[in-house]
Write a protein that binds this ligand. Structure first.
Ligand code: NAD
Ligand code: GLY
Length: 370
């Protein structure tokens, strides 16, 4: 099976995303040009360390690279001030300086945390992403958004800091729990919904094969997702405009994640899947897209084993006013005005500013919130 490469065209900060099976075992050779000093630090979490750290260490060693590693507890709580301090202190302990790079091996939690540490360590050092969840391969490892969560909210302290390279080893997804795989699939279908109806139709036909990790369909799904993200990021790195489309479903998702405590009750990808279903039904309720498109969006989300209704989430019935209050805190909200990513149809998302709170109230009530 060939390795395919997607370029993220950001001029002096351009980088490539390599996608294929077996990349972890080749990581030393694939990263050698970025490691002239032949030393690095790998940061990962305990689940990933047990399954995938040793092969990476062997690959680096085979290329003559000395790699120290540091293992953090798994879970969203690691993306915190304490986690950030632990990563920065590890880099100090190993005396990394601005000519070195650090490797993030893990899901979006490790990628976001290590990316942010790399952004601020000695005013910025290089980092490489080796994403090990489907969500991280198709979304969080690409585009340079890095952050930690604080008590006031998720991802509120962070920086844009692009990785120097991303290695998406499709083989590591074999050890991912099925629920995490489905959550990542929500981010895949999001790309079809926001900007590529043909890809959405392809997912309707091949989604089950992607979830079964069949090599060719999986590679196509990751490559197409990364290519769409790369194209959008290259046009609008700092989210002044079009990049906001990548947040389809996220205004609903973040409100629901806040209500459910950012944990096992509702994984981020599950919230995004449900959020996309709600965004399409809200678009239909506002007369922006057809009911048929909203039904079609939900059908694929449901077929992937993801929630499409509020009543499927622990905590139902949710309070309308609490959800709206969370939405007003969203990073896209401007001066208290609600902003949503809505759609004129499958593959036709757009940024809708100043959405009427009354229309949202009616919609959420109709969806079963109280
Ligand atoms: P995660 O990093 O918590 O990983 C999910 C679980 O899977 C963890 O328990 C992890 O230990 C385990 N795991 C990871 N790889 C594995 C493997 N190959 N085999 C077995 N277990 C494995 O969660 P995630 O869903 O990857 O990422 C969610 C995070 O990503 C959130 O914090 C979210 O805010 C962030 N995010 C960031 C961006 C961005 O653009 N930066 C985009 C989307 C999401
Ligand atoms: N995950 C949304 C973005 O990268 O912009």
């Amino acid at each position: 099976m060939n390795v395919c490469t997607v370029e993220v065209g950001l001029g002096a900060r351009a980088y490539r995303v390599e996608i294929g099976p077996g990349l972890l075992a080749e990581a030393g050779a694939r990263l050698a040009d970025l490691l002239p000093r032949r030393r690095t630090v790998v940061i990962t979490d305990a689940h990933v360390a047990e399954l995938h750290l040793a092969p990476l260490e062997r690959a680096l060693q085979a290329a003559g690279v000395t790699a120290a590693s540091h293992v953090l507890p798994p879970g969203e709580q690691t993306k915190s001030w304490d986690g950030l301090r632990e990563v920065c202190e590890t880099l100090l302990e190993h005396r990394l300086d601005r000519g070195d790079l650090v490797i993030a091996l893990g899901g979006g939690v490790i990628g976001d945390l290590v990316g942010f540490a790399a952004a601020i360590f000695k005013r910025g050092i290089d980092f490489v992403q080796i994403p090990t969840t489907l969500l991280a391969q198709v979304d969080s490892s690409v585009g340079g958004k890095t952050a930690i969560d604080v008590t006031q909210g998720k991802n509120l302290i962070g920086a844009f800091h692009q990785p120097r390279r991303v290695l998406c080893d499709l083989g590591v997804l074999a050890t991912l729990p099925a629920r995490e795989l489905r959550a990542g699939f929500a981010e895949v279908l999001k790309y079809g919904l926001l900007g590529d109806e043909a890809f959405f139709a392809w997912l309707e036909a091949h989604g089950a094969a992607v979830l079964a990790l069949d090599e060719a369909p999986l590679a196509h799904a990751v490559e197409r997702s990364v290519a769409m993200k790369a194209e959008i990021v290259a046009q609008d790195e700092l989210e002044a405009g079009r990049r906001a489309l990548l947040n389809l479903g996220h205004t609903f998702a973040h409100a629901l994640e806040t209500e459910t405590g950012h944990g096992e009750a509702l994984l981020h990808g599950e919230a995004v899947g449900l959020g996309c279903a709600l965004a399409f039904r809200f678009s239909a309720a506002l007369g922006l897209c057809s009911d048929a498109d909203a039904t079609r969006a939900s059908a694929l989300i449901q077929a992937a084993g993801l929630p499409t209704q509020l009543c499927e989430v622990a905590g139902h019935p949710f309070a309308v006013e609490r959800l709206i209050a969370h939405m007003a805190q969203d990073k896209k909200a401007e001066g208290g005005r609600l902003t949503f990513i809505l759609a004129h149809g499958i593959g036709q998302a757009f940024v809708a500013r100043g959405v009427e709170p009354e229309a949202l109230r009616r919609f959420l009530s109709r969806e079963g919130a109280i």
